[in-house]
Design a protein around this ligand. Structure first.
Ligand SMILES: C[S@@+](CC[C@H](N)C(=O)[O-])C[C@H]1O[C@@H](n2cnc3c(N)ncnc32)[C@H](O)[C@@H]1O
Length: 271
């Protein structure tokens, strides 16, 4: 019998296939400030004894921090295809797994991070409970999530009328960008220690270049366009809406400069 997570996995395998059709530079020079900030966040928790990157994607953070991480370092992602890339980059215990049911023991890690990973698991309470479960009492959970108000949040809002409806029961990813939502999810299991909204500025030669880059390389955008493959009018409308969005957020003078806001949060696992 197909379980809901099988369908979720198939979707991400399909996206990963397209997203990683060409090798992705490590780190991507356009997002190296985000990379630097998550590295700083993790460094603040080092040295640690056991480290987990939940929703590790292509392993860029595990690879970037490899020299500083303990020998017990692990990552997991729902997509086996994406993990193939991670395996080429880093020596770590990398497992295909749904964040809502992690294949790790209770309290196995003292530092658990998820950069734009856990926010995409559809059942928030289940995945929050798993992050807490695998973190030892006193250990740290570090999360980076797009905010609903920031540029990427607004891009998801722009794509929503064009994208396939979420499966029943799935919660919106951008809620993870709200501190009050995360506090509620963590409940008595963990206490928020720091929560900051920051932005990384990403520049493109023009708004169309932003759109085309996302259309070709970003999983959720690829999926939205795939769903419109037989509808040239709606495809053109989404093309226009994404360009208009970039124009309306442009902070640049000589290029299209977009501020991608995220919530950077750390929490301490309670006893
Ligand atoms: C935006 S990418 C971020 C990857 C990486 N952390 C980074 O910052 O480059 C989101 C990742 O979460 C993974 N993912 C989405 N839903 C998941 C789930 N339910 N369980 C595990 N991984 C999931 C995707 O396959 C993808 O690699």
């Amino acid at each position: 019998m197909e379980r809901p997570s099988d369908a979720m996995r198939a979707l991400y395998e399909d996206r990963a296939q397209q997203q990683y059709a060409e090798p992705v530079p490590l780190p991507d020079p356009r997002i190296d400030r985000k990379f630097a900030r998550i590295q700083a966040l993790v460094r603040g928790q080092l040295p640690c004894e056991a480290f987990l990157d939940a929703g590790c994607g292509d392993g860029r953070y595990l690879a970037g921090l490899a020299g500083e991480l303990p020998p017990r370092r692990a990552g997991c992602d729902i997509s086996e295809r994406i993990l193939e890339t991670a395996r080429q980059r880093v020596d770590a215990d990398l497992r295909q797994a749904n964040l809502e049911a992690l294949p790790f023991a209770d309290g196995e890690f003292d530092t658990v991070m998820s950069c734009l990973g856990v926010m995409f698991a559809p059942h928030h309470q289940a995945s929050a409970a798993e992050l807490i479960r695998v973190c030892r009492p006193g250990g740290t959970i570090g999360l980076l999530s797009w905010t609903p108000e920031g540029f990427i949040g607004q891009m998801f809002a722009t794509m929503k009328p064009y994208a396939a409806a979420s499966p029943p029961g799935a919660q919106p990813p951008l809620l993870w960008g709200r501190e009050d939502h995360v506090r509620e999810l963590l409940g008595s299991g963990a206490t928020i220690v720091t929560a900051q909204r920051q932005a990384v500025r990403v520049s493109y030669p023009c708004p169309e270049d932003f759109r085309d880059s996302f259309k070709a390389r970003y999983g959720p955008t690829i999926a939205a366009y795939q769903g419109l493959a037989d509808d040239p009018e709606r495809t053109a409308a989404l093309d226009r809406d994404l360009v208009d969005l970039a124009r309306s957020h442009d902070q640049g003078t000589t290029s299209t400069a977009l501020d991608w806001e995220y919530l950077l949060l750390t929490a301490r696992r309670n006893s």
